[in-house]
Design a protein around this ligand. Sequence first.
Ligand code: CTP
Length: 413
Amino acid sequence: METDHFMNRQDSAGSPTVLLGISGGIAAYKTPQLVRLLVQSGMDVQCVLTRSATHFVTPLVLATLSGNPVYEDMWAVRDRPSVEHIAVADRADVAVIAPATANVIGKLAAGIADDLLTTVFTAVICPVLLCPAMNVNMYRNPIVQANLEKLRSVGFHVLDPDAGFLACGWEGEGRMPDPEVIAEGVSHLLAPRDLVGERILVTAGPTEEPLDPVRFITNRSSGKMGVAVADRAAARGATVTLVAGPLKVVPPARVRHVPVRTAREMYDRVIEYFPDVDVVVKAAAVADFRPALEKTGKMKKDEVGSSIELLKNPDIVKQLGETKRKDQIVVGFAAETHDARAHGTAKLREKHLDMLVLNDVSKPGAGFDYDTNIVTFLHRSGEEEDFGVLPKERVADLILDRVLRLRKQAIDT
Ligand code: CTP
């Protein structure tokens, strides 16, 4: 069953707070309607405007509809502490900028925070939805597109503009989607707070096994899947520790990130933290072998010879499966290229896992470097769940939904 994120969150923790940033584009005139829709669906809306946005929509309208004061000037509120902009950012469960002008997009991509809106949005750690709206030629400008790509790569969500007649007289993409569409996008990003109190350890990324100071053995893992699990678990209220090998993606700000390099370092940290966690999701692609000798100086060609002696690394997840308490849940991953089901089923059993996430990395859209994955969940009961191509974030939520169910069963028995 699909989880209704917004309803779940309301049930467990009252009204979620939405931070609505409004920048100076003509589409700002649609934002009172957006505020009404968000308020009607039970959200607490906090508006932050740029100075130019006030030419298109008045703060009074937004304050009246949201029932909250509107922030527009970094220095206007003299009776509040100067860290108010951080408090505004911290309170948000989800944030949206509608419309997001080329200027604001450019500033956020460059890390410029020279007014209240860009300062607040540089400080937010919740999911952010950007709704670009501008003239079609501005939107197609390669610099604007590169800025959007950069923001996407660090986790911003972008709602593509609609195509149609634009206020500037041109026709093409650049029109801000209707407030109903934006409101729906906002509630999708809002996570349920169903993991509050859970302590979750996630491992991610590859490990590196050094041969000498400049060479190492590794694999193609980017860490995206594990990072998505850590991010969604934190968004849903869990206390998350992310033990990760060298990542190709930025670890989420709201998790405790413990960087490691080798499989043995990962083993040490995971075994250390294991007694104090409820759940382990072992998404890391741990190197199975390490060079028997790590040279302190760079090896010369002649020294290498025709073979490298390897030693087996400890199987971290297997040890967790064998030693776990009844109330602990351990989820493993298996990336396979052939006979995926048979290998996955064997790993589930041999490593004493509660669930195994199987992905066939030979399929396009699955595995390394992709933002999507194609997974099958293998359960101890023999039940299997197959999914089509899904964003890794969605896969992460599906895993966490199962984890929650397994935890409830484990606690009840
Ligand atoms: N794993 C682990 N420690 C290792 C190797 C793997 O904890 N030394 C974990 C991975 O994090 C993953 C699961 O075991 O959750 C399966 O990893 P995978 O590499 O697919 O399995 P292996 O047991 O290494 O089998 P093989 O490489 O032969 O397919």
